[in-house]
Structures are given as structure tokens and as C-alpha cells.
Design a protein around this ligand. Sequence first.
Ligand code: 5GP
Length: 208
Amino acid sequence: MLSLANKGLLVVLSGPSGVGKGTVCSFLKSMNPGINFSISATTREARAQEQNGVNYYFLSKDEFINKIDRNEFLEWAEVYGNFYGTPKAVVEEQLVQGKDVLLEIDIQGACKVKESYPEGVFIFLLPPSKEELRKRILGRAADSPETIKKRLSCVDEELAAINNYHYVVVNDRVEQAADKVTAIIKAEKCRLSRNQDMLLNRRRSIID
Ligand code: 5GP
């Protein structure tokens, strides 16, 4: 297991399908230019406007399975009939270099990351209400009726996973939600346990 003490911060932003993780992330990108946003791999079809290597790495099922076999994912999960995974090497390299990394992943993936990286910061994005979440899922023109049905059927189970997280942010107004996530990241970076090297150097420079 990679120890994250004095390394970059690993932030996991997760929550039910349709809660608006992607939109909040778009705001976070402009508000936090210093944070690296991990690019996931997926077997789902690219949507219009999506670019390989920018939004996702779009892989065939065989390519994805080969990567699972080679242990190249930090976590992976089957989400609504497609595979999604976080490439391990690039994330670990950035963390070791002291860079902060944000993963925008589903709830199963977040659970797996928490097992191997308990020092990460786990943020659950909550919809303002269950009814609003249903409306958002039903309004996603990009999804097939079958995918919409799958997403709706998972809502209760997904909401029940909240106790596995450190923070909850309600995505009522997207800018406010992004502000709150930014505040959480700032506070986490000030944690004593994450600043041991800096403190040691300060003490030395005061004594010398
Ligand atoms: P979408 O197909 O709408 O882009 O994403 C579907 C779901 O997959 C979303 O909940 C999204 O957060 C999740 N997802 C995206 N990338 C990853 C990943 O690398 N790992 C996991 N576990 N979930 C992901």
C-alpha cells in the first residue's frame, strides 16, 4: 500500500448516478488549476463531443480485461453494463510527486479505493432530493431507456453507501457545491498528519 503521508492529496468525488459529479468537476477544474483530474478508462461508447484521452480512454472489452489482468487499475467497476477503471500508474506517480489528484468515480469504485488508500479524502455528492435525482436521470438524453432504468434501480443502494465517506456535499447549486469541495480540499491540506515533514523542517530551522 502506498503511504500518502506528506504526498499529494487523493480526493475521491463520488455519489449516485445523475447527481452531477461531472458538472461539479468542470467547475472544480477551473477553480483548482493545481489539481490533476484522473482520466478513467471505459468500455462504453464515446458520446458526441467526447474525446479519447480527454474525457476517457475508450477501450474495447478485451483491452480493458487485459489491463485488469495486468493489475493496471487502481480500481475498476462495472457500472450500468460498462466497465470503468482508474489507471493506477499515473495516479500513483502524481501522488508520489506531491501532486493532488481527484478521482470522479462511482460508489463501488470509491469503496475499493478506500480499502487501499484510507488516507484519501472521500466526498459524497448528494442530490437535493430523491425526486430531483430521478428527474435528472430521466432527463439525460445521452442514455438509452435501458441504461436509465438501470440507473434508477440503483438509487437507493447508492444513497445507502454514504456512511463510507468523510464529507457530504449537497449538489443543489453547482457553483456552491464546487466551492464546498474546494474548501474541503484546502482544509485537508492543512491537516497536521499531512504536514509532518514541513513541521520537522520548521522546528529544525527554529532550533538551528
Ligand atoms: P458516465 O458513463 O456517465 O460518464 O459515467 C457513469 C458512471 O461511471 C459515473 O457514476 C461515473 O462517476 C463513473 N465512473 C467514471 N469513471 C470511473 C472510474 O474510473 N471508475 C469507476 N468505478 N467509476 C467511474
